[in-house]
Structure formats: structure tokens, C-alpha cells
Design a protein around this ligand. Structure first.
Ligand code: GRF
Length: 215
């Protein structure tokens, strides 16, 4: 089966992008990373991707009159590179329902919490403040509502007594780098089925669970 021509959309450092690029080097991986696109021309991830020989592009949202014009330009770039699948990896722009519906089933995102808990920003701060004992990350299909689509993979970590948002975030990020390639492998491989919010068909490997560090 031909590889999915995949674009990664970023806004910043791109550590998840790097983990996807690395995983996609495996000859049997079902996705090929052909484009890294940022809404911020100065995003460090763009330079990292370029150094790996991947096509990069910036579509600076600030120069467009509105969301529709920005997305039209994004869409044009994606079509020009014959993109068939999109991974959002720290892409900090909300996408319109029309863009999302065009890419339905071919657009995935990583979020630093165990959805449906802690949608939105500052997830690690909020998890610590609430005293939850388990936190983590989620890869999900993107739908029009923010951080709300069908879940492909999750990983959990314990929240430790002395955690700060930075220490907790660093442990969650390690797991993000594991589950995002796993989820892309599954989603690009066309074997997943989506039924409302339930994703099935991954032969039991769609969920990674990390044991709590309880001593
Ligand atoms: C990650 O925590 C990701 O879950 C969130 O934004 C952050 C991006 O980090 N959506 P990086 O650019 O991949 O290093």
C-alpha cells in the first residue's frame, strides 16, 4: 500500500514533529513526512525539519485578514504538496469547521492531558492544582470542537508530590514522543474504525498505559 503523504503542522520547538520524522524513517511505516508547515516563520521546528532535508513552509497567520484567508493559503500549500494526511504537533491556531471537515479522518492532534479532562491550555498546572494523581497525553482525531475528537492513543503518568508544571510536563512529553508515532502508524495504516467517539480496530495496541511510579 502506498504511504500517506503527511504534513506536520507546528508553531514552536517541534519535539513531537521530530519523533514523527524519526519514526517515519522506518521503511514499513505507513506515512511519509513530506512537509512541515508552521504559522510562525521563526518556529525552531522548521529549522530542525529543514536540516533533515524535509520540505518546510511558513504560512504566517498575522499577514492574513482573517481565519478563512489564512486557511485558504494553508490549504493551497497542502494541495501543492499533494498532502493526504495531517498531524498537528503543537500547532497553536484553531481550525475552522470547514477546514476540519475537509480533512475529516485524516487530521490528528496530540494534546498534553488525558482527554476529555483538561482541554485547552495550561494542562499541567491545572492537573497539579486539582490534585489529580494520574495525568498524561492523548492523540485524537480532530473535530470542529477543540480537543474533543475520537481518541486513538493515550499514555498516563503519575503526578508526584513534588511535581511542578515543568517536571510533570517533561514526563508527559516523554510519553507524547512514544504515543504520537504509534498513533500515526495506526491512523495512517487505514485499519482504524471510528464510531462516534470510539476508535477501534487497532488490535488492542491503541492504548499505551504507563505504570504509576508508586513505591
Ligand atoms: C506538546 O506538549 C503538545 O502536546 C502540545 O503542544 C506541545 C508541543 O511541543 N499540543 P513540541 O513543539 O512538539 O515540542
Amino acid at each position: 500500500m502506498s504511504k500517506r503523504r503527511t504534513a506536520i503542522l507546528i508553531s514552536g520547538r517541534g519535539s513531537n514533529m521530530a519523533s514523527l520524522i524519526e519514526a517515519a524513517k522506518e521503511p514499513s511505516f505507513p506515512a511519509e513526512i513530506v512537509l512541515v508547515l508552521s504559522n510562525k516563520p521563526e518556529a525552531p521546528g522548521l529549522f530542525a525539519a529543514k536540516a533533515q532535508g524535509i520540505n518546510v513552509a511558513a504560512v504566517d497567520h498575522k499577514i492574513y485578514a482573517g481565519r478563512a484567508a489564512f486557511e485558504a493559503s494553508l490549504q493551497k500549500m497542502l494541495l501543492a504538496h499533494r498532502i493526504d494526511f495531517i498531524c498537528l504537533a503543537g500547532f497553536m491556531r484553531l481550525l475552522t469547521p470547514s477546514f476540519v471537515s475537509h480533512w475529516e479522518g485524516r487530521l490528528i492532534n496530540i494534546h498534553p492531558s488525558l482527554l476529555p479532562s483538561y482541554k485547552g491550555l495550561d494542562t499541567h498546572e491545572r492537573a497539579i492544582a486539582d490534585g489529580v494523581k494520574i495525568h498524561g497525553c492523548t492523540v485524537h482525531y480532530v473535530v470542529a470542537e477543540m480537543d474533543a475528537g475520537p481518541i486513538i492513543a493515550q499514555a498516563a503518568v503519575s503526578v508526584l508530590d513534588d511535581d511542578t508544571p515543568a517536571t510533570l510536563g517533561a514526563r508527559v512529553l516523554e510519553q507524547e514522543h512514544i504515543i504520537y508515532p504509534l498513533a500515526l502508524n495506526l491512523a495512517a495504516g487505514r485499519s482504524l474504525k471510528i464510531n462516534n467517539l470510539r476508535v477501534t480496530g487497532a488490535k488492542g495496541v491503541a492504548c499505551a498505559m504507563v505504570s504509576p511510579h508508586i513505591t
